[in-house]
Design a protein around this ligand. Structure first.
Ligand code: NCD
Ligand code: ZN
Length: 334
C-alpha cells in the first residue's frame, strides 16, 4: 500500500555522529520533519538556525533518504526578544520551541515566567510563526506537570487568538480534552511511544530506562485517550514522534537521560496501532495531512510503500537502542 510520505512535526536529530546515525531513518520515512533546537549549545538565533540546517543538509547529501526537508526551529529562552523574531523567520525558522525550566533534556535555564514572553508571542503571531510548547509545569509533581501546565496553554491561546500554538507530545486525557475545547489556533502533537506505553512500562516491574522520556508515560486511560485522538480524524491532532536518541550508556546510567528513540520503527509502529484500534486508512491524515494544513505547508508529493510483512527490530542501531528493540512488527516500510 502506498501512503503519502509523512511529516514528523517533532524530532531530535542531534549533531555530529549521532546526526549521521539517526537522520537516514527519518529521511527514509518523512518528507519533512520539525527539528528540535535543544542542542548543546542551543539554537537561539538566526545564525544558529542557518548553521544547523547546513549541518543537516551536509549529512543528508550522504544519506539514502531522498526528498527530505528539515523544518527549522529555535529555542525560546527567558532572554529571547521580540526584535529577533523577524530575523529568525528570515533564517528559515518556522517555529519557536519553548521549554519550561528544567523539565527535560537540556532545558536548564528554561522559561518559568511565561507572561514575560508575551511580546515574543506577539511578534510570532504577527509574522505567522508557530509556538511549540513543551507542556510541563516546572516543580509540579511529575505526574501532574502536564495538567498543571494547561492553564499556561489556555492563557497564551486566549491572549493570542491568531498565534498558532502546538502543545507538544500530549500524554494525558486532560491535555487532549483541553486541546479539543480550545479554538482552532491550538493543535497538539502525539507520539507513537505514548500510544504503546504507560508508567507501568517504565517503573511497574524492573526499571526500564529505555521507556523513560519526558513527559513520562501516564495511566492506561491516558494512553487510550491518545490513541483515540490520533484515530479521531480531528485535524488538531497530528504526528510529532519526539524521537529522542541517547546512547545506551547515557540511558543505562544512574542519571539516565530522558527520551525514546522511535525513528527506526516510526511508520511500522504507527501502522500496528491504527490497525489494532481502528483502521489503517486513518493513518495518512494523521501523519501526512493535518500538520501540513496547520503549518500552512503544501501536502507532500512523494509516497512510501508499506507492506504487511513481519520483521524483527534490531537490538541496537549504532550506539542507540530503538523503541521496540528485539520485537517482531507486522508492518514494514519497503
Ligand atoms: C527530549 C530529548 O532527549 O531531547 N527528551 C524527551 O524525553 N522527550 C527532549 C524533549 O522533547 O522533552
Ligand atoms: Zn522532544
Amino acid at each position: 500500500m502506498l501512503i503519502r510520505k509523512i511529516d514528523d512535526m517533532h524530532v531530535h536529530l542531534r549533531q555530529g555522529e549521532m546526526l549521521e546515525s539517526v537522520l537516514p531513518y527519518t529521511a527514509m520515512q518523512c518528507e519533512r520533519a520539525l527539528v528540535m533546537p535543544n542542542l548543546m549549545p542551543p539554537i537561539l538565533n538566526a545564525n544558529d538556525v542557518i548553521n544547523y540546517r547546513m549541518q543537516i543538509m551536509e549529512v543528508l547529501s550522504n544519506t539514502k533518504g531522498k526528498f527530505f526537508a528539515p523544518l527549522m526551529t529555535f529555542k525560546i529562552v527567558p532572554t529571547t526578544s521580540a526584535a529577533e523574531i523577524d530575523g529568525l523567520k528570515q533564517a528559515g525558522a518556522i517555529a519557536g520551541k519553548l521549554y519550561p525550566d528544567g523539565v527535560t533534556t537540556n532545558s536548564q535555564g528554561g522559561v518559568s515566567d511565561f507572561k514575560a514572553l508575551f511580546p515574543v508571542y506577539k511578534a510570532m503571531e504577527e509574522c505567522g510563526m508557530v509556538l511549540c510548547l513543551h507542556g510541563e509545569m516546572p516543580n509540579a509533581f511529575s505526574l501532574d506537570r502536564e495538567t498543571e501546565f494547561l492553564s499556561v496553554l489556555k492563557d497564551v491561546a486566549l491572549n493570542f487568538p491568531k498565534l498558532r500554538i502546538v502543545l507538544e507530545h500530549a500524554t494525558t486525557k486532560d491535555a487532549i480534552d483541553c486541546v479539543k475545547t480550545l479554538p482552532a489556533n491550538v493543535a497538539c502533537t502525539l507520539t507513537v511511544h505514548h500510544m504503546y506505553l504507560t508508567l507501568d512500562d517504565v517503573i511497574g516491574g524492573a526499571l526500564n530506562p529505555h521507556a523513560f522520556c519526558k513527559p513520562v508515560a501516564k495511566r492506561p486511560k491516558d494512553r487510550l485517550a491518545i490513541i483515540d485522538a490520533a484515530l479521531s480524524g480531528n485535524p488538531k491532532f497530528f504526528l510529532g514522534s519526539d524521537s529522542a536518541p541517547h546512547a545506551i550508556s547515557a540511558k543505562e546510567n544512574a542519571c539516565g537521560a530522558a527520551g525514546v528513540y522511535t525513528a527506526p520503527v516510526l511508520v511500522p509502529a504507527l501502522c500496528q496501532i491504527f490497525e489494532d484500534y481502528g483502521t489503517i486508512t486513518k493513518l495518512e491524515p494523521f501523519t501526512s495531512q493535518f500538520a501540513a494544513e496547520f503549518y500552512n505547508l503544501p501536502l507532500n508529493q512523494h509516497s512510501i510503500e508499506i507492506v504487511k510483512e513481519p520483521w524483527k527490530v534490531p537490538e541496537v542501531c549504532g550506539t542507540i537502542k530503538p523503541f521496540l528493540a528485539g520485537q517482531t512488527l507486522n508492518w514494514k516500510v519497503v
